[in-house]
Design a protein. Structure first.
Length: 93
């Protein structure tokens, strides 16, 4: 964008000898450059929105996975604690 726009303005409107086709082509190229800028901005905005949704979904899934693993570990600890205490009672008798 930066190098193209000043060059198009100079070649289309500011040089010493200007042919009729110079201003017409420069105007057309400036319009296309502005269109390219708008399309790229919209595309970038959609791309960022999509990546943000994926990141949030990943974070949510990661949190759910950690929560399930914590619950499984707690259940396993409770099971083995109960199992160990029952075996101690049987061994004591």
């Amino acid at each position: 964008m930066f190098p193209q726009l000043p060059v198009l303005i100079y070649l289309g409107y500011l040089q010493e000898v200007i042919f009729p086709a110079d201003s017409i082509c420069a105007t057309l190229l400036i319009i296309l450059l502005i269109f390219e800028l708008i399309v790229s901005f919209v595309t970038l905005k959609l791309f960022i929105r999509d990546k943000t949704k994926r990141f949030r979904r990943y974070c949510k899934l990661e949190a759910e996975t950690k929560k399930k693993m914590q619950q499984l570990q707690e259940a396993e600890v409770a099971y083995w604690s109960k199992y160990t205490s029952e075996n101690q009672i049987e061994n004591d008798c």
